[in-house]
Ligand binder design. Structure first.
Ligand SMILES: Cc1cc2nc3c(=O)[nH]c(=O)nc-3n(C[C@H](O)[C@H](O)[C@H](O)COP(=O)(O)OP(=O)(O)OC[C@H]3O[C@@H](n4cnc5c(N)ncnc54)[C@H](O)[C@@H]3O)c2cc1C
Length: 418
């Protein structure tokens, strides 16, 4: 079933055109070829070479057409080869391109490269742009973001203990990270390091620095890809042992690492939520397709069963509420209002709604729902993982409650209209 995208009356012509052009490529070139584009992934051990080659050729072809349609790299400014979209335009485009899992990579957006590219754009010097960003945007290189540590809670990044100490003109890095996504393929990592002691003067948020570390630097020891959801993965465990890199590999001023991580996550959470909404939209369409075609007990279609009608209504409400909350949050961010309570709210609500919507679709498909023949099983794992990554649910709920209670303690109540 094709994604049904029509112009939204409240959006300007440019965003509507971008959404229609994106849907055109998703519907004509990606959806009908999903099995060829990605099919080998589910049975990669047995995939014949020609299947892998065909998939690569097809992906190149779609990527070329995306470039011709000027839809390449929506997250990057034009001077770095991207579309130069505004924040809202990018958010609205994500919802469309995420209808097909994996399609984002065909539009030049691949995590964690995309997040690293944005940080390099914002914090990098012209020399760093030339040396690290250019090969990344041209697709010649890969990268990873190395922040989380096995021995410390990733939900509180100020707890991390990987150190970088200056020795002359070099940073010397020692630490133990894991879940560095894309770790095997990466040419370099952006490593979050502690560059001042917790007891030194200054705020705790000003004691981290992000440093670029080429993977082939002596002392970078990739221990393993940590298996995820029962499968081998490229989320790597890495030990940095006396790793020496030039001082000019640091991103931004010393002590700006925490802020850079916040910059990466803030807008990123809106984009991730719009991605989840695109995926929910697909799960919803798949569910309805099955309800309208599958006959059960006595020749009735599933759609005639009230249990199933309940699924339709519940999923509709989940998607609409998740979508409107996310758009409202994005509009607040765009207007310059304080969006923190809303960012945390969507970070909790949207993955949970995504989880419920996909869960219902899986139930409707029975065994096929958990098979690799549909994108639902992958979506389910993705939705569950989102409740942990980029800040777990509980941490965001604490933030929501603190922000709200602070307002009431200050003598003001909450204004839901603003
Ligand atoms: C698939 C995947 C990819 C990832 N990719 C990357 C990556 O590329 N780079 C990177 O650096 N990291 C990455 N991560 C790591 C991710 O960011 C962390 O897992 C996340 O920040 C949580 O940290 P933690 O796992 O150490 O959990 P912890 O911080 O130990 O938290 C564990 C649990 O404790 C509870 N909890 C925590 N704090 C509180 C609190 N204050 N009150 C109540 N309960 C609390 C929550 O339920 C939480 O889920 C990835 C993770 C996954 C799963």
């Amino acid at each position: 079933m094709a994604m049904n995208i029509k112009p939204v009356p409240t959006l300007d012509d440019e965003v509507n055109e971008i959404r229609l052009a994106t849907a055109d490529i998703v519907n004509r070139e990606i959806l009908p070829n999903e099995n060829k584009l990605w099919g080998w992934v589910s049975d990669s051990a047995n995939a014949p070479n020609e299947v892998i080659e065909e998939a690569k050729a097809l992906r190149n072809q779609v990527q070329n057409n995306v470039k011709k349609a000027k839809l390449w790299a929506p997250h990057l400014p034009q001077e770095f080869g991207g579309m130069g979209l505004s924040f809202m335009q990018h958010a609205y485009m994500n919802e469309v391109l995420s209808y097909s899992p994996g399609a984002a990579s065909l539009f030049g957006v691949v995590a964690p490269n995309s997040g690293n590219q944005k940080i390099l754009v914002k914090y990098g010097t012209p020399e760093q742009h030339e040396k690290w960003l250019k090969p990344l945007t041209e697709g010649r290189w890969q990268s990873g973001f190395s922040m989380t540590e096995p021995m410390n809670p990733g939900s509180d990044p100020r707890s991390l203990t990987t150190r970088a100490d200056l020795d002359g003109d070099e940073w010397v890095i020692n630490g133990h990270k894991w879940f560095t996504s894309n770790g095997h393929a990466a040419n370099f990592y952006i490593v979050m390091c502690r560059t001042s002691d917790p007891n030194d003067a200054g705020g705790q948020n000003d004691k981290m620095t992000q440093i670029i570390v080429p993977k082939d630097t002596p002392g970078v020891n990739v221990i393993r890809g940590v298996p995820v959801w029962g499968r081998a993965s490229s989320h790597c465990e890495i030990k940095y042992e006396n790793v020496r890199v030039p001082k000019e590999n640091q991103l931004g001023r010393t002590g700006t690492g925490h802020q850079a991580a916040q910059d990466r996550l803030g807008a990123g959470r809106v984009y991730h939520c719009m991605n989840s909404i695109g995926a929910m939209w697909r799960a919803f369409d798949l569910m309805i397709d099955r309800l309208m075609t599958r006959e059960v007990h006595g020749g009735e279609k599933l759609e005639e069963k009230q249990f199933m009608q309940g699924f339709v209504a519940d999923s509709y409400m989940d998607i609409q509420s998740a979508r409107l909350m996310t758009i409202n949050c994005a509009e607040k961010m765009e207007s310059g209002a304080d969006p923190r309570t809303d960012i945390s709210s969507i970070k909790v609500f949207v993955p949970a709604a995504f989880h419920r919507v996909v869960d219902r679709a899986i139930q409707v498909y029975g065994a096929m729902g958990v098979s690799g023949d549909l994108p639902l099983a992958g979506m389910y794992q993705g939705a569950r993982t989102l409740r942990i990554a980029d800040g777990p649910d509980e941490v965001h709920k604490i933030l929501i409650a603190k922000n709200i209670l602070r307002r009431y303690h200050g003598g003001e109540s909450w204004d839901f209209g603003n």
